[in-house]
Design a binder for this molecule. Structure first.
Ligand code: V47
Length: 414
């Protein structure tokens, strides 16, 4: 963050405790105090009050697969090291687009090994037709009938409204995708909701208004979504807190009047390597921990805070379970968008044993969840999801999500 926390740990934030305990929304000024205090232990304690009110000592993980279907992108976001420009001739050697067969083969392989979710995002490809996206979803659904398809950021959805012929509205795109098998949407593309930061780092990408519009329409249609915040680049503490407050306000409205809402906030720690902002240092470990706790405290009405271990590292994700975090994402397997600390590989995987060990050692109860945070119960050959009282804490009126809750037979591994 572009501010140095106070050099003394005496600027207490303990006076916020009664308001945190009462579930009151914190203000921008409160957030700034949380950012500036060196009292990291009290910060953790305050965030743990919210975490434990919602989840006790439960900590969630899932068995999932990430698929990044293309790195060709019409945008040139300064923080991104993933995109490759697309040119009619002479596309870069490391540019790629996956065929639907390849995506389905990857999904099938993970599904046959017990994955409950495939998380799909990619660059804004200038040539792929709208049918590529609907065919991708329906082909996965046909091959892996109970695998939850969490796919396409708000930015990709806007792109699809433009490439469809004739052009479609956001609601039409989401409806077509849902008919093809889409289950929910990930939270990417939010970056920092602020015009200055937008103009400086992702000028040509749609901004805050469109991002929220897509999530509003999704929530109205009953499609659950996540939300991210990309922190640790050019934003100020006030801009970071402003972003979280905007998420909280949107959530308030979704909980009040829409059929679905944000399930989770994922604060993404900026990784400078290979991006046009590679001269920036990126967040330190303490900044990561502080931001995860801050997210928990500012977004008290969003059920889950996820430390995506790919970004914050498995070690810090584990520690963060005492700083407001209740979810550490999943097995992931392949992740192309960022690579940690110069490690060039896209194979980034944690086994279930490792995920569970991290959680147990932190004194938490590991809960395997599906995408919609229902407990996954397994025996040797099958899995099913259970709705428990805690899984509907934020879902009193919305009706059942669309996923099947029945026993699911795992296909035989060929
Ligand atoms: O939208 C891009 C970010 C996002 C960098 O919804 C970067 O469950 C750090 O949204 N350093 C994609 N971050 C990832 C994402 C996500 C990940 C895990 C779970 C979920 C979920 C969503 O990654 C992009 C962008 O904001 N990003 N470049 C970078 N250099």
């Amino acid at each position: 963050m572009n501010s140095t926390p106070s050099s003394t740990p005496t600027d207490t934030i303990a006076d916020l405790r009664p308001r945190v305990e009462a579930g009151e929304p914190l203000s921008l000024e409160d957030g700034l105090r949380l950012c500036q205090s060196r009292d990291i232990h009290t910060l953790g304690e305050l965030a743990a009050i919210v975490r434990e009110r919602l989840h006790g000592r439960r900590a969630y993980y899932n068995i999932n697969l990430h698929v990044n279907y293309t790195n060709f992108c019409v945008l040139r976001c300064k923080f991104c090291s993933f995109y490759r420009p697309y040119a009619k001739s002479g596309a870069p050697a490391d540019g790629y687009e996956l065929s639907i067969d390849e995506i389905v083969a990857r999904a099938k392989s993970a599904y046959s090994q017990g994955a409950t979710e495939v998380h799909i995002v990619g660059g804004l490809h200038p040539k792929l037709p709208f049918s590529y996206y609907t065919d991708m979803c329906s082909a996965i659904r046909d091959a892996c009938p109970h695998m939850h398809i969490k796919a396409f950021t708000a930015i990709e959805i806007i792109h699809l409204t433009r490439i469809a012929s004739p052009r479609l509205s956001i609601a039409e795109v989401l409806t077509r995708l849902r008919e093809a098998g889409l289950g929910s949407m990930p939270g990417g593309g939010a970056e920092i909701f602020d015009d200055r930061v937008h103009d400086e780092t992702f000028k040509n990408k749609v901004g805050e208004a469109e991002w929220f519009e897509v999530h509003r329409v999704a929530h109205e249609l009953g499609i659950f979504t996540n939300a991210t915040m990309l922190y640790g680049h050019v934003e100020t503490p006030a801009e970071r807190i402003g972003h979280l407050i905007k998420l909280r306000e949107h959530q308030e409205e979704s909980l009040r009047s829409r059929r679905a809402h944000f399930n989770c906030v994922i604060p993404l720690s900026f990784i400078p390597d290979g991006s046009a902002l590679s001269d920036l240092p990126g967040p330190t470990g303490l900044d990561d921990l502080r931001t995860l706790a801050l997210s928990r405290l500012m977004c008290h009405n969003i059920p889950h805070i996820k430390a995506f271990w790919i970004m914050q590292t498995p070690k810090l994700a584990q520690v963060s379970l005492d700083w407001g975090v209740d979810d550490i994402d999943g097995t992931v397997v392949y992740y192309d968008i960022t690579k940690r600390e110069g490690d060039g590989g896209t194979h980034q995987e944690l086994t279930v044993d490792k995920l569970k060990r991290m959680i147990v050692e932190a004194g938490c109860e590991p809960i395997e969840r599906d995408t919609l945070y229902r407990r996954v119960v397994r025996d040797e050959k099958t899995w099913r999801v259970e709705r428990e009282p805690w899984s509907v804490a934020f879902d009193p009126t919305h009706g059942a999500p669309t996923d099947p809750a029945d026993d699911v037979s795992l296909p035989v591994v060929p």
